[in-house]
Design a protein around this ligand. Structure first.
Ligand code: B12
Ligand code: SF4
Length: 442
């Protein structure tokens, strides 16, 4: 039986939607999500390797550390075993391959993120040694499938873009024994034409919430983000409200908690209110991690009425100066009002911040700290992500504007990030680190 697989490490709060779409397109595929069972062990291996590398390379700008900082196991480990952590990685890959072999597939389709692409390549290699073909797709295959095809000859096909348009054709050609190597699939123009995902082989009850897409792409242009260059996010598209309702009606037989797996859940107040009004009669509970903190009292009211219990806000910083550099369409006033409005209706809030954006000065960090203390009562969780340069983002395309210098040979084709040189005053850096450690514990 051919299989569609998701390997660790992928957070298991929601089921992998891509596997649901692959099954809907090709019902004979069996879905296997190995993340819930193996995430912990894989994370332990990544962190073990990270410790070794940090001790070995004091220079935090090395490529290998850039990988590790984004939970990425160094790809060299596919070819050579250097220490006990590489050994553990290979042992895990053999275990995972054994589990997949138990289904006796001829073709394995991997859905990959940058966090599990290395492991997926390694498992695909073991499967290839057993004459099993593989197709690898997902957001880790962005626009450089030709690089992957050259580096990893054992993979039958690297698939760039949305499965809806060319997956079935690609699968059938692979089945016939054609050597395709790579596919650049065009985007699906009408998102309502994406099939309703089927999760027959996954236990949806095991996840915290059921993930649903309401849109793809994003209407904003934040300077640190490259999402609009993702083959699946180049064009902003929305599912119709009635289509979203149909999907949820089917899935709510399994669970009543939902999570919108979007880049942006509130593109406009009109769309958000329409969505909430349509969700209200369904009597579900829902969350989303992708809100722009620009939510009025009326929107907050409808969010609550329709069952919203958690709003994740892309705040990034509380300094207006830095928000302008980030080209984020918000400011301290909209952030503060949004938090108060959500609090009025008892919606829990998680805010995300970026640490170390190139234009960040000590004063910005201190402003964030002081302001955060003043709004502490509105926030349940603060999550901080260290800044790294995403290729094709505005910062990457205009490094001079952001005072960024790249190292030679600094583009990484696999993580789609870039290592850069930062000229920092050590004392300033220390003070910023202290401020962020306070922010983290607010
Ligand atoms: C929801 C979401 C989350 C949620 C839930 C994830 C989950 N379910 O486990 C949460 C909040 C937990 C999360 C966390 C993180 N996430 Co996240 N997340 C997303 C988001 C917004 C949607 C994912 C989704 O379900 N999309 C819907 C499905 C249908 O899209 P898809 O998987 O891309 O599949 C389509 C195609 O890619 C293709 N396809 C997919 N698989 C396959 C396989 C084959 C064989 C083929 C042919 C085609 C194919 O067809 C599908 C249909 O068109 C994406 C952004 C985005 N818009 O994709 C980021 C994204 C996936 N996350 C990302 C990251 C980096 C993270 C974090 C590491 C962030 C952090 N700094 O901590 C963490 C940890 C990730 C982890 N270990 O799980 C990155 C991944 C980057 C990359 N290049 O791989 C993305 C792309 C965001 C970004 N712009 O950087 N995330
Ligand atoms: S950071 Fe979020 S809001 Fe900004 S462009 Fe990227 S996906 Fe859109």
């Amino acid at each position: 039986m051919d299989v569609a697989v998701n390997l660790p490490y992928r957070e298991c709060r929601t089921q992998p939607i891509a596997l649901g779409i692959l099954k809907a397109l090709m019902p004979s595929l069996h879905q296997i999500d190995l993340a819930p069972k193996f995430n912990d062990i894989y994370l332990k291996i990544i962190l073990g390797k990270a410790r070794v590398l940090v001790e070995k390379h004091q220079d935090l700008e090395t490529k290998r550390l850039a990988y590790i900082l984004t939970f990425f196991y160094p790809l060299e480990a596919i070819f050579k075993i250097e220490d006990e952590w590489d050994e553990k990685l290979h042992e895990l890959a053999y275990n995972l391959a054994d589990l997949i072999l138990g289904y006796d597939p001829k073709i394995t389709c991997f859905s990959t993120y940058k966090n599990n692409i290395g492991l997926s390549l390694l498992v695909a290699k073991i499967l290839a040694e057993n004459q099993i073909k593989s197709i690898i797709g997902g957001p880790s295959i962005l626009w450089k499938s030709h690089v992957y095809a050259k580096l990893y000859p054992w993979v039958s096909c690297f698939y760039e873009g949305e499965a809806e348009t060319l997956f079935v054709k690609t699968f059938k050609r692979t089945q016939k024994g054609e050597k395709i190597r790579m596919v650049k699939a065009p985007p699906l123009l009408n998102l309502n034409a994406s099939p309703i995902p089927i999760y027959d082989d996954l236990k949806l009850e095991e996840y915290d919430a059921i993930g649903v897409e309401t849109q793809r792409g994003c209407v904003n242009r934040c300077s640190f983000c490259n999402v609009r260059f993702f083959p699946s996010c180049e064009i902003y598209r929305e599912k119709s409200i009635s289509r979203i309702v149909t999907e949820i009606q089917i899935l709510k037989n399994h669970k009543r908690e939902f999570c919108f797996c979007d880049n942006i859940t509130n593109p406009t107040p009109k769309r958000l209110i329409e969505l909430c009004k349509a969700l209200e009669p369904l009597e579900i509970r829902w969350a989303s991690g992708s809100f722009i903190p620009r939510i009025s009292l009326r929107e907050a009211y409808w969010m609550k009425r329709s069952g919203c219990f958690l709003a994740g806000l892309g705040v990034e910083t509380l300094s207006d100066r830095l928000l302008k550099w980030m080209n984020k369409p918000i400011n301290w006033k909209t952030i503060r009002e949004t938090l108060a409005n959500l609090k009025t209706f008892g919606i829990k809030v998680e805010i995300s911040l970026i640490k170390g954006f190139p234009k960040e000065r000590l004063i910005d960090t201190l402003i964030s700290l002081v302001r955060l203390l003043s709004i502490k009562k509105y926030i349940s969780i603060v999550s901080i992500t260290p800044y790294y340069i995403s290729q094709n983002s505005e910062v990457y395309n205009n490094p001079r504007r952001f005072n960024v210098n790249f190292k030679p040979d600094c583009d990484d084709s696999i993580t789609h990030t870039t290592v850069y040189v930062k000229h920092e005053n050590k004392l300033v850096k220390l003070l910023m680190d202290i401020a962020y450690s306070v922010i983290e514990n607010v």
